[in-house]
Design a protein around this ligand. Sequence first.
Ligand code: HPA
Length: 278
Amino acid sequence: MTSAYEKLLRCVQCVREKTDFEPELGLILGSGLGALADEVETEAIVEYADIAGFPVSTVVGHRGRFVFGKLGGVRVCVMQGRVHFYEGYDPADVLLPVRLMKLLGAKALFLTNAAGGVNKSYNAGDFMLLRDHIMTFFPNPLIGANLDELGPRFPDMSQVYDPALSDAIAQTAETLEIPLHQGVYCQLSGPTFETPAEVRMLAGLGADAVGMSTACEAAAARHAGMRVCGVSCITNKAAGLSAEPLSHEEVFETSNRVAPLFRRLVRESIAKMGALGL
Ligand code: HPA
């Protein structure tokens, strides 16, 4: 057994000392979107700090706890605040929360994030359904000893984002009359925002949105056989596409502004997934 898997089992044990709740779906909330956890009919809360060896987020706007309960009628485990590679964690630690949710019982993962709009037609406050991602510029988080207990050495990534779950989100957006782009998300390491030349490059490569999370978590989830879906909140036009310099405050301000709409979209999408037999 690898030391990473042993560490994971210790984390499972810590959570199990607090709750025996078994989630069907894991939900990761991005910058400024953490308030969605308030809508959960909470059954248990576990602080990351109480899980031995668990990475604790240092970013403002990320709370640092798991909320277990029902959302839209589905048993969820909400990660209120994620950890990022740019905070200095090993890639394996960035993946640990997703793997933990899998071992707690989650069969599917719903990822959310704040992202910059690379596609020129995207505006601050828009939403984008992830149909695929580019992780090429990011150190592959699955490098190192493979956790054979979770998945294969060479996991297939030809369909990372589950078509049925993604279609459920698209249909929900249509019903709620919430405009929803569908596109490709590119993960860079951060913490710098991109230069305008990098944004032009990303556009040329087929990216529609850029951010500093999500793709590595999606890859880890697929490695472990979970179904994955995701939505980006486009908090700003990417560098060079607007006259304004970029800042975390702007990211936060936009995600807070559209949070009520975003919350509705995520909650109702999860309800639809539940109704379809997640
Ligand atoms: N670039 C990278 N990450 C981001 C951005 C951006 O423009 N906006 C929000 N997260």
